[in-house]
Design a protein around this ligand. Structure first.
Ligand code: NAP
Length: 253
């Protein structure tokens, strides 16, 4: 039996990841906040032949989240942990920058909680010499988006954390994969105003995440155009890059 943790399983991407892994021989630990949606995801996974349990908790209570994770792992070793929970947001209409309370919330949910949980689990996995951790970042991590400084910043932090954690635990048989998607057609993805080029269905994004984990890849940016944009951002002369990024404003903001 393969024990697989999916955080954010009540949301668009997490639900699709759960469905991707739902088959006989899989035991899914489905985390989120909304119990009703988690129950529905678990029922669908059971119908596909998997075992599934749910846990409803708010990741902004990061100490409790780490304790719950370690209890799950002590009850039965987690083979794959996919940290797909996250909050997407941009500055409010008419605001110059994001509200400080939102910056704190994004910091906790997008960086502090997943990083702390990944660190705790990586340590436990290293002791038994196996395991895979998958962190869901964002292509936004690679660009200084003036209207989404907190989102871009938290995902940038997570990307650097994933890379460093990967190097720290690789000698002990533990793999760390970062997936940085562009746009995904989910509830939070649809909230971002403006065009969303090359938008992925949640199912396609889930398949990309699972393939990256299976191939033991360090980092996947998908779709590939966002990997090109990342290089473009790095290679542009600073004054041109600043001018370009400063001109970016979602419609209505
Ligand atoms: N959609 C996109 O365009 C896009 C692009 C790049 C990267 N991503 C990343 O992909 C991941 C999944 O996003 P999504 O599009 O599937 O978003 P979503 O549909 O809004 O789902 C987000 C998930 O995160 C959970 N979550 C949010 N805040 C939480 C908290 N405080 N405590 C516990 N769980 C919490 C939600 O739980 P509840 O619903 O139960 O509250 C939900 O399960 C995120 O990390 C996001 O940053 C998304």
């Amino acid at each position: 039996m393969r024990r697989i943790l999916v955080t954010g399983a009540s949301g668009g991407l997490g639900r699709a990841i759960a469905a991707h892994y739902a088959r006989p021989g899989a035991e899914l630990l489905l985390w989120g906040r909304d119990k009703e949606r988690l129950d529905a995801v678990a029922a669908a996974c059971r119908a596909a032949g998997a075992q599934a349990s749910i846990r409803s908790l708010d990741l902004s209570a990061e100490d409790a989240a780490v304790a719950a994770l370690m209890a799950e792992d002590a009850a039965g070793a987690i083979d794959i942990a996919i940290f797909a929970s996250g909050l997407g947001d941009i500055r409010a209409e008419g605001a110059l920058v994001e509200d400080p309370a939102l910056v704190i919330r994004l910091g906790k949910v997008n960086f502090v909680a997943p990083a702390a949980m990944a660190a705790a689990l990586a340590d436990a996995m290293a002791r038994r010499g196996e395991g895979r951790i998958v962190l869901i970042g964002s292509a936004a991590a690679f660009h200084a988006l003036p209207f989404a400084a907190a989102y871009a910043g938290t995902k940038a932090g997570l990307a650097r954390f994933a890379d460093a954690l990967r190097l720290a635990v690789r000698p002990y048989g533990v793999g760390v994969t970062l997936v940085s998607p562009g746009f995904i057609d989910t509830a939070s993805g649809r909230k971002v105003p403006g065009p969303k080029p090359m938008i992925l269905t949640p199912e396609k994004a889930a398949a990309i995440v699972a393939r990256a984990a299976e191939r033991k890849q360090a980092h996947v940016v998908a779709p590939g155009i966002f990997a090109l944009l990342r290089w473009f951002d790095r290679l542009l002369p600073a004054f041109l890059r600043d001018r370009l990024l400063s001109s970016l404003t979602p419609p209505g903001r």
